[in-house]
Design a binder for this molecule. Structure first.
Ligand SMILES: Cc1cc2nc3c(=O)[nH]c(=O)nc-3n(C[C@H](O)[C@H](O)[C@H](O)COP(=O)(O)OP(=O)(O)OC[C@H]3O[C@@H](n4cnc5c(N)ncnc54)[C@H](O)[C@@H]3O)c2cc1C
Length: 506
């Protein structure tokens, strides 16, 4: 940006046309004031990372702000609806088969006054049954059911949902949206980035084409063409905290009903994802190369598919961590250029979304070191909170393989240790405003992976034993009633968001 004042017609240049680039382009096309120009450079020859299929409910807000119709979006991306993530085997094998639990979206029961619901559930002990019997979303997910509009329910339904979709189709969908609103796409490979006094001055494409700009958005993927290779933002490496560094991705034919949830199954040195879409199932294995060879990982992945593989497994390498500064000078990194945390809780696309929202809030009006500092401060806090949530899954595992024993024994951040200690001691979960994952998310993952509080909130003793039993029974009936009103997920898609059969077969 101009050093002293707002440029009259600011010129924004986005480098990269993956999910991050086109999400940014679509949001800028919708929200930047008249007079700003937005151009996006991408290279078909380089392509995109091509994975990123599971999301969290916040994406509904992003689409809604853009005015995108939900069914049209699901149809265009051959998507399905997602009520949560099923974790299988993280606590090791049980006598009844693999351990499993859901991180379901939405609410679980209803708190009373100051006391969150789960303290009453804890007080109820064994008689209170399974935590997820109080989650309408979990009951619906287990029954392969889905609906959006439940008509009038006595209490708020408590259901929340996200999507599973073909990431390439989402980028294409947003490209159509952005181009229709004036974003110019430039095809070409960046061969040089000119830096002047800590700012990007211009970008040169093959064929000696120069693209100048005021504000540059680096969405160039893992390499961080602008933010790292040109501006040297630095990378905070979290491999010691999140040791998986490779993935293999493979699509397979659908087999059986479309489950309205993603599955994450723990394997000998990592975990395998399963994401059902309308036309295929997305699968992949995330693993630690220090503990598992690529060949063995491929064998595990292919042995764990529900349907026939539709391609050869595609390798991806990464290093968990984040750019030390996602905003440097006049350049802001989004998506993989800003850093990467494995897709265990489907957070990467959300981090693109929250980065865009933060950038729009702090939109620079000239030289902007204070805005950049604030952006970087907020980004660090948000990433670290998600990182802790992911580490917890590894730390609190109950498996026997060397990889899992090492994860259990590895040092964890003080912030996470304090959170676990608080829950263990008192059942309390504190949620701070910058944290993506709520009390209900932490509750499910901590309960699902075997942490049992030694006490519940003393105020939960306010109810008599009979009142407590009635209160819990009401919450269970509500959750079951909400789920029972839903059609099957397949039936819902067929009625509202099915893609044309030719598209699905393609
Ligand atoms: C194994 C794995 C699984 C994942 N699963 C999920 C998931 O389930 N949910 C989720 O939310 N996220 C997931 N992600 C993350 C998700 O894929 C990314 O966050 C998302 O796709 C955004 O990628 P991107 O746009 O930043 O980068 P990319 O898709 O890599 O796009 C980079 C763009 O930059 C362009 N480019 C690069 N270099 C040049 C150059 N020299 N000149 C011109 N153009 C250039 C490329 O052509 C491309 O258009 C996953 C990631 C991995 C690795």
């Amino acid at each position: 940006m101009d050093k002293t004042k707002t440029t009259p017609s600011p010129n924004v240049v986005i480098v990269g046309g993956g999910t991050a680039g086109w999400m940014a382009a679509a949001a800028f096309a919708r929200f930047l004031p008249a007079g700003w120009t937005v151009r996006l450079i991408e290279s078909d020859a380089i392509g995109t990372v091509g994975v990123g299929e599971a999301t969290i409910p916040q994406l509904r807000l992003f689409n809604a702000h853009l005015g995108i119709d939900e069914d049209a979006f699901v149809r265009a991306t051959l998507g399905t609806f997602k009520l949560g993530i099923e974790f299988v085997g993280w606590s090791g094998p049980k006598s009844s088969g693999d351990s499993r639990y859901l991180h379901a979206f939405g609410t679980i029961g209803r708190g009373m006054g100051l006391v969150p619901f789960h303290h009453y559930w804890l007080r109820g002990g064994e008689a209170a049954g399974d935590l997820w019997d109080y989650s309408p979303t979990a009951i619906a997910a287990r029954g392969n059911r889905f609906a959006r509009d439940l008509g009038r329910t006595e209490l708020p339904s408590g259901v929340a949902w996200a999507f599973q979709f073909d990431a390439a189709l989402y980028a294409a969908f947003l490209r159509r949206y952005a181009e229709a609103r004036g974003v110019e796409r430039i095809e070409g490979q960046v061969v040089h980035v000119a830096v002047d006094d800590g700012n990007i001055a211009s970008i040169t494409l093959e064929g000696d084409r120069k693209v100048a700009g005021d504000l540059f958005i680096d969405c160039s993927g893992f390499r961080g063409l602008l933010i790292e290779e040109a501006l040297h933002a630095g990378y905070e490496d979290w491999t010691h905290l999140l040791p998986c560094d490779r993935a293999l991705a493979v699509p397979s034919a659908n087999a059986g009903a479309l489950t309205p949830y993603t599955r994450a199954t723990a394997k000998e040195a990592g975990w395998q994802w399963r994401i059902p879409l309308q036309h295929r199932c997305g699968n992949g294995i995330v693993y630690s190369s220090a503990h598992l060879s690529d060949d063995r990982a491929a064998d595990i992945l292919l042995a764990g598919l529900d349907g026939a593989p539709l391609a050869d497994p595609r390798p991806l390498r990464f290093r968990a961590g984040r750019r030390k500064r996602a905003w440097v000078g006049n350049c802001i990194a989004l998506g993989l250029a800003a850093g990467f945390m494995e897709p265990l809780e489907s957070t990467s696309i959300h981090l693109v979304q929250s980065g865009i929202a933060r950038l729009l809030q702090l939109l620079p009006a000239g030289d902007s070191p204070a805005s950049a500092a604030e952006f970087n401060r907020q980004t660090a806090r948000e990433w670290e909170a998600i990182r802790d949530f992911l580490i917890f899954h590894y730390h609190a595992n109950g498996r026997d393989e060397p990889f899992w024993r090492a994860c259990r024994e590895a040092a964890i951040p003080d912030s996470l240790a304090a959170r676990i200690a608080l829950f263990r001691e008192s059942g309390r979960i504190v949620h701070e405003s910058h944290e993506l994952f709520t009390e209900v998310a932490w509750l499910q993952v901590m309960t699902g992976q075997g942490i049992r509080p030694q006490a519940y909130h003393p105020l939960a003793d306010d109810l008599s034993a009979a009142e407590l039993a009635e209160y819990l029974a009401l919450a269970r009936r509500h959750a079951q009633g909400v789920a029972a009103r839903m059609p099957t997920h397949d039936a819902f898609i067929a009625a509202h968001a099915a893609a044309a059969p030719t598209t699905v077969a393609a």
